[in-house]
Write a protein that binds this ligand. Structure first.
Ligand code: GCW
Length: 679
């Protein structure tokens, strides 16, 4: 066990049900050793026994299908399935005649099956259990770390990181002790994540070199995470051929450039045979890209894809391309339009192993945004949907903000097109061959991994949703609570479970209530993005405005009178968002500029809604704080940390309430109908 770090959802106690039994692990393959070691460790701790061959009478059999013949329980299960298990990374789970069996075709599947048994605990060993098949919805389930090797003067070591330094890098190099990286991989494997990008998409000078002379550092990380089925990916600079190769150009169609990428990539695979691929942020917020050479983003992505193809690698090419030097006076430019305008015309022009990585919303990870229209617009391109687990705009891991309900709304959004596909369908693809889900990690070298101990739930829920987008946020929260707290609570975290649900289930909506209203977004302090500043971005080049004046607020993105953004959606959404009569209230100010007296569906005016939600949001935080004071997580230090953070959340929520309410009161001159004090 690793000391100096919280066990998160894998405290030793969660292995009790397995470890108290006779366990048989059958088969070879790279991760079978991990499964065996996990079982052995659990048995050593909890009094069970790891059996050496199929001759005994095990309670739990974890077998690769190739080895199923060695024991009757696995043999029968396989025969009952017509001789085939479940395919890549999947597993079968059943219990018959007092034996629990996990069967998989590959050793990664066996590992995921093991963690399923961990989640079930004693339940895995009671009664009978008909065979269930489990498979990941998508092949790639990835976390991106925005970690720098060096500490960046403005962004710190981890860009938008709120959990201390990087778990990969320290003092200008790799961390000497990678035990923590191994523990991280293990936590991720327990959720289903199978890929990690180890450096920031903004690739600075030192980090560029991870591709070449510092490749050994990446290989060392790959060695640590490999036993848990995780592949390493690398963010690379589009200008690498110039920066590292000494070429005069990075033009993706220049033969020398293509050759450089091919050769460099070959060396990467020589060092890391299971290397996942590249992640590229190009022509975005100052990063170099193909536009400098008059080339398209498909040209750019394809050059890297071609270099990776012989080795089975992929390039994740980010669609986050927009003009960040916009003139705020220019009302015709709309940042929300940018990704679609740049990428939709390129549909069908990307290689098979080029994955277009699209942020879930058209702007930038706001608390409330519509779904990005790019996700519906590129049926002939492999798309990955990018979420942000790190809470840049959702309280920066100082506020409780359980994000799974938001992600669930995003993933379930649709239907798009005749076949009624949802966002999740697009990301996972018809047969798991879509680009998958990607998220920006919220992990650092903090004792609790995520700064706020309760922010661990976001990381957990992301991995589980990436594995299966149909899972329910509230149920995922239960899973997380039970794994994290049940062992310390003697098996039953019941009262704590109720408290945590009261605190967390609705926390995203609570956060929304006390921050920017009705989908308008931002209103944060420029630069670090924490806390309120209603006009903070209003006269800046970043393209994030609310246009509030004395009469009303919101961004007119209609075709009739605004930027025309609504036209990027397929029907029915192009119509739903265009019309004031059908646009959902929670997105009203994202799509429309309306007077303060505009009446919402619940009968409140916009201005009264702003006052009411801001008062209510703060009340909800105050209530959470009261609840937590009486809670007992079985861990005084954790209790204290969360309490401190709730104090800060309440302070900050009050600041939001007062700034937003005062701002709109002063603009509109409309008093609060309920006569509350607005400073
Ligand atoms: O949300 C913005 C962040 C940047 C980030 C960028 C991106 C890594 O403020 O810090 O840069 O998005 O997603 O590339």
């Amino acid at each position: 066990d690793l000391t100096g770090v919280h066990p998160a959802w894998l405290p030793p106690g969660v292995f009790r049900a397995i470890g108290a039994r006779r366990v048989l692990v059958l088969g070879d393959g790279p991760l079978t050793g991990t499964v065996r070691a996990e079982a052995e460790q659990a048995c050593a701790r909890h009094g069970g026994a790891l059996e050496q061959d199929g001759t005994g009478s095990p309670d739990l059999v974890l077998a690769l299908s190739a080895a199923a013949g060695q024991t009757p329980a696995a043999r029968e299960l396989l025969a009952g399935q017509g001789g085939s298990a479940v395919g890549e990374e999947g597993y079968l789970l059943a219990r018959r005649d007092g034996v629990t069996v996990v069967l998989a075709d590959d050793s990664a599947g066996l590992l995921y099956g093991l963690f399923h048994v961990v989640r079930l605990g004693e339940e895995a060993f009671t009664g009978e259990r008909p065979a269930e098949r489990h498979r990941p919805a998508a092949r790639r389930r990835m976390l991106d770390h925005w970690d720098n090797i060096d500490v960046h003067p403005v962004m710190g070591q981890v860009e938008r990181g709120y959990s201390g330094g990087s778990i990969f890098w320290r003092d200008g190099g790799p961390r000497g002790d990678l035990a923590r990286v191994r523990a991280y991989a293990r936590l991720l494997a327990a959720t289903g994540v199978n890929a990690v990008t180890v450096n920031n998409v903004n690739v600075h000078a030192t980090e560029s070199r991870l591709l070449t002379d510092r490749l050994g550092d990446v290989a060392a990380i790959a060695d640590e995470v490999r036993p848990y089925g995780i592949r390493v990916h690398l963010s690379v600079s589009f200008a690498s051929p110039i920066r590292l190769g000494g070429l005069p150009t990075a033009d993706p169609l220049d033969e020398r450039v293509r050759e450089w990428w091919a050769r460099t990539t070959e060396q990467v695979y020589a060092a890391i045979p299971d290397f996942g691929g590249y992640v590229v942020k190009a022509d975005s917020e100052g990063q170099p890209g193909p536009f400098a050479y008059g080339r398209s983003h498909a040209d750019g992505a394809n050059t890297l894809a071609d270099a990776l193809a012989p080795f089975g690698g992929v390039v994740h090419w980010r669609a986050f391309v927009y003009n960040h030097r916009q003139d705020w006076r220019d009302r015709s430019t709309d940042r929300a339009r940018a990704a679609y305008d740049h990428f939709a015309p390129l549909d069908g022009r990307f290689r098979d192993n080029a994955i277009l990585q699209v942020k879930h919303g058209p702007m930038d990870f706001q608390t409330r945004e519509p779904v990005s229209p790019v996700i519906a617009a590129m049926p002939s391109t492999r798309l990955a949907v990018e979420l942000q687990v790190t809470q840049e705009y959702t309280g920066q891991q100082r506020h409780v903000c359980y994000l799974a309900p938001m992600w669930k709304e995003v993933l379930g959004f649709g239907p798009w097109g005749a076949d009624g596909r949802t966002v999740a369908d697009v990301a996972t693809g018809a047969s798991g061959d879509g680009g998958g889900l990607v998220a920006v990690s919220n992990v650092g070298d903090d004792f609790y991994w995520t700064g706020h101990p309760l922010a661990q739930a976001n990381l957990y829920a992301f991995g589980r949703l990436a594995w299966d987008p149909r899972l329910e946020p509230a149920a995922l929260l239960d899973e997380w609570i039970d794994l994290t707290f049940a062992p310390a609570a003697g098996g039953d975290p019941g009262p704590l479970r109720r408290t945590l649900h009261a605190l967390m289930d609705g926390s995203w909506r609570t956060y929304e209530r006390y921050t920017a209203p009705l989908g308008v977004g931002f209103m944060v302090r420029p630069g670090h993005h924490y806390g309120p500043d209603v006009d903070g971005y209003e006269y800046t080049p970043w393209g994030t405005y609310h246009f509030a004046d004395r009469d009303g607020a919101g961004v007119d993105r209609t075709r009739a009178s605004g930027t025309g953004f609504t036209g990027q959606y397929p029907r029915p959404w192009s119509e739903v968002y265009e019309s004031l009569g059908t646009c959902p209230d929670e997105l009203l100010l994202f799509f429309h500029h309306v007077p303060y007296g505009h009446v919402l569906r619940d009968g409140a005016t916009v201005i009264q809604h702003i006052y009411d939600t801001h008062f209510a949001g703060v009340e909800e935080v105050a209530e959470s704080r009261r609840l937590w004071e009486r809670a007992d997580p079985g861990d005084p230090a954790l209790h204290a940390r969360v309490k401190e953070l709730l104090d800060e959340q309440l302070r900050c929520a009050e600041e939001w309430r007062d700034q937003v309410n005062a701002y709109f009161f002063r603009r509109s001159g409309v008093p609060d109908a309920r006569g509350r004090r607005i400073p």
